[in-house]
Design a protein around this ligand. Structure first.
Ligand SMILES: C[S@@+](CC[C@H](N)C(=O)[O-])C[C@H]1O[C@@H](n2cnc3c(N)ncnc32)[C@H](O)[C@@H]1O
Length: 254
């Protein structure tokens, strides 16, 4: 059936004016429209703050502007680094998932199940609309005060969110996420270098501070420092959690 359809299309293509339909030009124009709409959304949400100060970024804006703004590549890094070691059928916990784009665009093709968690119901409504997949479950959970949705995770991802919590809260969350991970779990994520953003409660001034913080909880830690235009980000990957130590750990370094 497939073969005969293919040969029919091949024969038809000899007679149809496929060469003169300007598909590449149409794609370019549609990208321009999409980039302009993305700019309007950015203006409405981040400059005019029509819906209040946003707590999460709609990465559709990056996706739509990337073809005309190559410097936007950096939004992909936290997805690529976090999935580096993922394997077919793995179980993923995406903490503070925001718009759900990372779970969908970077993890859903390889993970068996993904629990994507956020406390912001507007973010979750957006994520369910834009980035639904059969293997992603979106959960409305406050990760400080409520239990995590499941256990035995292979990967726990915490992207662009650690800074939004105070030191005591971070300690509580670390304890929970280590308890929810398998012994062989990997903990991956990204955070910006200290930039005094108004909503940040905890910031890390250099790579050594991130490394030192994670070494309280994990035996193996790697932290990359990446310059992204005017911003600097830290990407971490940690494994071999100290399961027994989570109850006695203290101190998030400056
Ligand atoms: C800057 S966004 C990061 C979103 C996404 N991980 C990304 O990389 O684009 C921070 C997210 O943390 C969520 N958040 C803040 N406090 C939370 C809490 N106590 N429990 C769950 N989510 C929380 C916010 O709602 C927001 O969506």
């Amino acid at each position: 059936m497939r073969k005969s359809l293919k040969s029919l299309l091949l024969r038809a293509s000899k007679w149809l004016p496929l060469r003169i339909i300007p598909l590449d030009g149409i794609l370019r124009q549609s990208q321009r429209v999409s980039s302009a709409v993305a700019s309007c959304i950015f203006l409405r949400d981040w400059k005019l703050e029509v819906l209040g100060r946003p707590q999460f970024f709609k990465h559709q804006i990056d996706l739509s502007r990337w073809p005309s703004q190559p410097s936007r590549w950096s939004f992909t890094a936290r997805g690529v680094y976090a999935r580096e070691d993922m394997f077919d059928g793995c179980k993923v916990l995406d903490l503070c998932c925001g718009d759900g784009s990372y779970s969908f665009l970077f993890f859903s093709d390889i993970a068996g199940t993904i629990d994507a968690v956020d406390r912001d119901r507007h973010a979750l409504a957006y994520a369910r609309r834009q980035f639904a997949a059969p293997n992603i479950s979106y959960h409305e959970i406050d990760i400080v005060n409520e239990p995590l949705p499941s256990a035995d995770y292979d990967f726990v991802i915490w992207n662009a969110a650690i800074c939004y919590f105070g030191e005591q809260e971070i300690r509580q969350i670390m304890k929970k996420l280590i308890a929810a991970g398998k012994t062989g779990m990997k903990f991956c994520g990204m955070l910006p270098k200290a930039n005094s953003w108004v909503d940040h409660k905890t910031e890390f001034r250099d790579r050594a501070a991130v490394d030192g913080f994670l070494r309280q909880y994990f035996g193996t830690v790697a932290v990359r420092e990446v310059t992204e235009g005017s911003a600097v980000s830290f990407y971490f990957q940690a494994s071999a959690p100290f399961k027994h130590a989570v109850s006695i750990i203290s101190g998030v370094p400056e």
